[in-house]
Design a protein around this ligand. Sequence first.
Ligand SMILES: [Cu+2]
Length: 477
Amino acid sequence: MNRRSFLASASGAMAHPLLNSLISAPSGLLLAQQTSAKATFKSSFTAANHSLTIKPCTIEISPGVNIKTIAYNGQVPGPLLRLRHGVPVTIDVTNGTDNPEIVHWHGLTTDSLNDGAMEEGSPMIAPGGHLRYSLTPNPAGLRWYHTHTMAGSNLSVGAYTGQFGFLLVEGASDPNHYDQEVFLAVHHWEPSFVPMVETMQAQSANHPLTSGSDVGYKYATINQHRLGAGEPLRVKQGQKVLMRLLNASATENVVLALPGHTFRIIAMDGNPVPNPKEVEVVSLAAAERVDAIVEMKSPGVWVLGSTLEKSRLMGLGIVIEYAGKTGVPVWKDPQNTAWDYTQFANSTPAPTPDETFTLALMDLGPMKDAKFDTWAINGASWPDIEPLKVQRGKRYRLIFQNASGDQHPMHLHRHTFEVIAIGDKSISGLRKDVINVMPLDTVAVDFIADNPGDTLLHCHMQLHMDFGFMQLIRYTT
Ligand SMILES: [Cu+2]
């Protein structure tokens, strides 16, 4: 639905279910108001194809370790939504929390109102209210859904919670053969403030000293459980397992390995890669996805987990158990932990863009009494930042120049981009919606302005986007 049709339907009293979210009233009042518009009543209360309830819940991530959080339908991850490519669906979302909420359909080319980003004009869902999202799933591949609320200094809301789930857009055919399909989502729990200097020193020597804070965590899980808790992933020798991996952490980038095995990377952010390749480790910045086929050729009991021991002790891993094998799960450090996006791409250069935006990613340090640093693009921070102006049908290049000591997983809403350079290396054909820009590195991506409506560009680190790291892309034609 475009903005015009939204406004047309909104001109009748409460005529569109999207408006439900604008009523900050108990559902009874909302019902009463809607009875004045019969057509709306009918459309709103016809069962949607899917429904999600955002509500507080407690999950036991390992024996005796209970996490109070907020999740979809009381489960982590939320229900797997399997949608058919191009077949419209409705999804009803009820907000059972005390805070306004919103759900972002990450990686889909939906319209601005249904995308789930308030900066684009998508409505919030009031506490106790509900909202019906209408989506036409596109493109095919591994997508996901998650909250897009601001958290700021409140570490008990936003992406710090369990509000995430897999959304798979199934295409007409899948050329890859596999025997088992598993969905594995990484998340970190019990966040707290830690001095940024400590984390920076561990990650990079380049960061200017700052008095700002970072977020640290006590626990980590794959799906609901810490390493060693919950059921192992059971496999058989000779099987090909399709692992659909998602980093649903609010702020942490991770690197995973499975000793004795390799990952054949076939898709990134749900899009088939031009050059599938076997690698020892998988790097997942916040919000990134990887589809990998793992051939089960090393019978035993293994740890699939973080390459960092500290993270595995927090729980970042899952046991892989071959049929008939028992014993203590084995971990071995991988030999090569380097991650290189370019190996999965074509080496031919991409077409010349119609226009280029060069975006310097900057750390301004903490403002006034703020705990966290403020972030800027070319010196300007959200909301005091002009949109990038684009015209329909043109090809645009975004050059991210990371002038900071942090990694930044840059996410473009409602569009897929093509990664065309990492550092000095030109590539093509690698289509993603999140790209991790390493400290002081430069990365370039191209996108076609083919989906009119306001479009958010931001760093996917919750504490970076909350403190200024966002910009709109606005269509002028
Ligand atoms: Cu960032």
